[in-house]
Design a protein around this ligand. Structure first.
Ligand code: ZN
Length: 161
């Protein structure tokens, strides 16, 4: 079976990519068994296998995230490796049903083109440290970036200030 890494290596980078992906080694690289040990089934499905939780209920495989409605000041971290990836100051209500941010913490995420929906190019966003899939970036966000980082709540943890 062709590895996902080899597959994505041929796809090129999004124009606003912040981290190179092709051939990239991540600081944290675990085996599938080690990831399954570390993550819940839903976290594994999303972070390591590109699943997407349901909109609004933010449910997947019986697990739910409450981060869509989190309004406290604080830091959102990668559920895979605890890297701080988003701040509450950039979170906004996109009315799409997923936690949304107009920017990530500098250097914390990377992007690549995602062609899993046939003929539709989407920009996948992942953790820069462990490569975990977080969600997608769309170009319909608010100022100042005009971007919407549409993130699976189950891919993150939240640490209040
Ligand atoms: Zn991570």
């Amino acid at each position: 079976m062709i590895s996902r890494r080899a597959f994505v290596a041929g796809l090129g980078l999004a124009p606003f990519a912040t981290t190179a992906w092709a051939g990239q080694q991540f600081e944290i690289e675990l085996t599938e068994a080690e990831w399954r040990e570390r993550l819940t089934p839903a976290q594994f499905a999303i972070l390591r296998d590109h699943a997407t939780e349901r909109a609004y209920t933010n449910e997947h495989l019986g697990e739910r995230s409450a981060l869509l409605n989190e309004e406290r000041a604080g830091t959102y971290t990668c559920a895979g490796c605890d890297l701080p990836i988003y701040r509450s100051e950039t979170k906004y209500d996109s009315r799409t049903g997923w936690p949304s941010f107009w920017d990530a913490i500098e250097g914390a995420v990377g992007t690549k083109d995602d062609y899993r929906l046939l003929f539709i190019r989407r920009t996948e966003v992942h953790c820069a440290r462990c490569g975990g899939h977080l969600g997608h970036i769309f170009e319909d966000g608010p100022a100042p970036t005009g971007l919407r980082h549409c993130i699976n709540g189950l891919a993150m943890n939240f640490i209040p200030d």
